[in-house]
Design a protein around this ligand. Structure first.
Ligand SMILES: [Zn+2]
Length: 119
């Protein structure tokens, strides 16, 4: 089983943080959806559901920004990428980083390529 360390997030064992953040955002989106559906039944819980969805999304985003860090200099890389890249591609650029933009350390160890001789 060749471990896929194509992304530094996986190589530095921070993938679980990504999954927790995705779960948080999915939870936020679910609350927003429930808020819309609550309008059908009178909308009594609309404000509460929107508030909970917004709170969960903001907290998840803040946590995600705070926890994804360079293992060497502890720079908050999500925030760095948000500030330095276009909004449409910062997440892709973040996942594709090979060097830390702060300390220039190689993030993902160069994987010894598995021998493609057995085809
Ligand atoms: Zn660094």
């Amino acid at each position: 089983m060749a471990a896929d360390s194509s992304s530094w997030i996986i190589a530095t064992h921070q993938a679980w943080k990504l999954y927790v953040a995705i779960a948080g955002f999915v939870g936020g989106m679910t609350l927003f959806s429930l808020a819309l559906f609550s309008l059908i039944s009178g909308g009594r819980r609309f404000v509460a559901l929107v508030a909970c969805g917004a709170f969960l999304s903001v907290v998840t985003f803040a946590w995600f920004v705070a926890v994804i860090r360079c293992p060497h200099c502890q720079a908050a890389l999500v925030w760095k990428m948000i500030l330095s890249r276009p909004h449409s591609s910062w997440l892709i650029d973040l996942a594709a980083l090979d060097r830390c933009p702060s300390c220039d350390t190689l993030l993902a160890k160069p994987t010894s390529r598995t021998d493609p001789t057995t085809t």
